[in-house]
Ligand binder design. Structure first.
Ligand code: APR
Length: 240
């Protein structure tokens, strides 16, 4: 722990990559854990792909609505808050990159968090918007849609098989290339291109620290692994 604190103290740029484990102590279930009860019968491909949405728009929309309602009831944890407070005390020193769509970093005050997989709170048009498509004037429904042409609103998150938003990916890659310390928090490191950011940082000579109670796929590029939960570890690591 004290070694990592020294690395943080002397870093000229820090990148932090977070995953579902970051929000575990807020009570947000991981993607798979969210498929409980009514939703347990579905596979991720039944709920988080464009094909699934086109085939069963109501089912997919309602699942996202269920997750949105769940997230509205939780709050950022001490780990989210420690990262946001560090960014406020050291403007420009830390780039926060998250795979999470729960918006908890943003609610904790990390307004410039790079949301690689989008944000659960946002919607967008399913098909290329036409002149009639105005997000201000949608017809309510499951999902809401354009009253004129029927174009559907969909959650603005990255589904399986979809490209990451390019500006977010570019910014994340720039941070991975330019940092000399990367903290990898609460991610299993199995989903690419996000996990590739840790490989990039390592290849470019940055120190990589994995913070996760369990072993991960990214331990191979780590200079140090802290086997602790994020909300306990980050406040101690990041206090001045
Ligand atoms: N603190 C830190 N890490 C934790 C904690 C905690 N309190 N609790 C669990 N973890 C770790 C687990 O050990 C695991 O390694 O969080 C990790 C969660 O892994 P995943 O569920 O695979 O989540 P993630 O890596 O974010 O998945 C990436 O896959 O499902 C898609 O698009 C979705 O963004 C997601 C992506």
């Amino acid at each position: 722990m004290s070694t990592v604190r020294d690395w943080i103290g002397s870093a000229h740029h820090i990148a932090v990559l977070t995953g579902a484990g970051m929000s575990a102590e807020s009570g947000v279930p991981t993607f798979r854990d969210a498929q409980t009860g009514l939703w347990a019968q579905f596979k991720p491909e039944d709920l988080a792909t464009e094909d699934a949405f086109r085939a069963h728009p109501r089912r997919v929309w309602d699942w996202y609505q269920f997750r949105r309602d769940m997230i509205a009831q939780v709050a950022p944890n001490a780990g989210h808050r420690a990262l946001a407070a560090f960014q406020q005390r050291h403007p420009g020193l830390l780039t926060l990159i998250t795979q999470n769509v729960d918006g908890l970093h943003q609610r904790a005050g990390s307004t410039d968090a790079i949301a690689l997989h989008g944000n659960l709170a946002d919607d967008r048009w399913l098909d290329m918007p036409r002149d009639c498509c105005d997000p201000e004037f949608v017809e309510a429904g499951h999902p809401p849609h354009c009253p004129t042409c029927g174009n559907l609103r969909r959650p603005a998150v990255v589904w399986f098989g979809e490209m990451l938003p390019l500006p977010a990916l570019d910014a994340a890659q720039k941070a991975a290339n330019g940092c000399n310390l990367m903290l990898v928090v609460g991610t299993s490191g199995v989903v690419y291109p996000a996990a590739g950011l840790a490989h990039t940082a390592h290849r470019r000579g940055a120190r990589v620290v994995v913070i996760n109670p369990e072993a991960t796929e990214l331990d191979v590029v780590a200079d140090l692994c802290l086997h602790e939960p994020a909300a306990q570890c980050l406040p101690t690591l990041l206090e001045d």
